[in-house]
Design a protein around this ligand. Structure first.
Ligand code: FES
Length: 110
């Protein structure tokens, strides 16, 4: 596992919103789902779309890719609808004194 990297203030990402952050050269999409934060690879596993620009479903805890509409479970990274079938990596995320920190999961295959 990699080191924790500070990516910004939690207050800058309100519930229902997302942000694209750079974690040591890795583009990571951070989502606030009803106050709980999730971090996954920003690039869709199907093609070169940015998941942080997709539509967040807080009830299902999923993100819909803005290009072809595949949905990914933010808890597991699993692709739950086609055309994507490979998962995206899920990264560890925590809040320390109001600051978001992400640790890249280097063990998973993107
Ligand atoms: S680029 Fe995401 S579903 Fe095609």
């Amino acid at each position: 596992m990699s080191e924790w990297v500070t990516v910004g203030a939690a207050a800058d990402i309100p519930p229902g919103h997302a942000a694209l952050v750079d974690v040591d050269g890795t583009q990571v999409a951070v989502f606030n789902v009803n106050g709980e934060f999730f971090a996954v690879d920003d690039t869709c596993s199907h093609a070169e779309a940015s998941l942080s620009e997709g539509e967040l479903d807080p009830e299902g805890c999923t993100i819909e890719c803005p290009m072809h509409g595949s949905c990914f479970d933010l808890r597991t990274g699993e692709a739950i609808s086609l055309p994507a079938y490979d998962p995206v990596r899920v990264h560890r995320i925590e809040i320390v004194d109001g600051v978001l920190r992400v640790a890249i999961d280097e063990t998973a295959v993107p």
